[in-house]
Design a protein around this ligand. Sequence first.
Ligand code: ZN
Length: 449
Amino acid sequence: MPPGEACRDYRPAGCLAMTVDLERAFASFVGEELLELMRELFPLSRSLTGDGVRETLAVLARDVPLEVVETPSGTPVFDWVVPREWNIRRAWVEGPDGQRVVDLADSTLHVLGYSLPVDATIGLDELRQHVFTHRDDPDLVPYRTSYWEEQWGFCMSRRQLESLPEGRYHVVIDSTLANGSLTSGEVRIPGTTDAEFLLSTHVCHPALANDNLSGVVVLWALAKALARQEELRFTYRLLWSPGTLGPLCWLSRNLEGLERVHHGLAISCVGDSGPLRYKRSRRGNATVDRAAAHVLAAEPGSLVTPWEPGGGDERQFCSPGFDLPLGALTRTPHGLFPQYHSSADDLDLVTPAALASSLRTVLEIIEVIEANATCRNLSPYGEPQLGRRGLYQSVPDGTRPEAALLWVLSFSDGSRDLLAIAERSGLPFRTIQQAAAALEEQELLERLS
Ligand code: ZN
């Protein structure tokens, strides 16, 4: 199979068994495709609400069956109310010499998110009161919003602000803040059961690559990959929504069916070259926590951390009233990379290899959860005679092919799942699962769940 074919299909089964050469091909083909999509999405004016989010979702919907869901302004959502919709068309600051100091057309970061409209000529002192700069780095433009306090403002580097001459400045923000709605995108990929696997990312940041777009495009690739699977046990629900309010709107819409959510992952900041990091769900030992820890154990340098209430979408899904079994997969998480929420979180910060490896890791976690089962040894009185059944050859486990078979037989008493046996034995889940399949075929094992 040519490498390009393997990559465009994003098939976990095919990809996970890849050789090292194909692995590299996967990283370069898939990663480049994801980066290309990020380049297209980068300039759109995303915010908590507005057409930038709709335009972003429309791009994703070219390739995946994405349904757009609108929640009207004024809708109460738990302790919140969906705000008015913000749209921005043009904005700039023009200096005393008639030259533009900053322009929305150059970067959507230059305008404070949710800025009220303004068209005025003001002095430098007054302008300074409406300019936000980066706290630490004088050369970076910060990403700032004011969703809940009505004001207008621009963002620029401190160095640029300090270089502005005295004089009159023409400030223009052509925006509207009016009743409308908050926009989310959902893809539903049915499985053979109603049990659901929820995958979520935020879609509300403007020109930021790692914190935001990396999650957006990896979720898009997951939707494509999952839609092409012949059979899935779980029903997959993928959600692109604005931070905080998006998950809350989803939870509010799905209150009746939350018990169907068996597994979940919030995915963000997955494009930088930092190590993979999985933050456990609030429950701490949900199946997704165990599966992610098992998969990441094979990734050099990766981290598994306990639950803490900061972070992204998981803050809502794991709040104590819901407590969904949902963990968070990132590379360097929110706030911990120096480029965070600034103009330095640009397309140079993300790499095709990191994007591809993040995607692959999620697919591996999904593969473990799809294949996990609790089994029962049907021949528990002494060891069954494996050699007679040709089982020693059927498990490709290097020097001790029988080890996985013995582990599965030993612990398949109906109380442990295959993932627990992989954890206990220290063998890869795939090896344990293949051993279980071989034993099942010889009627030495039955699946209970
Ligand atoms: Zn952010």
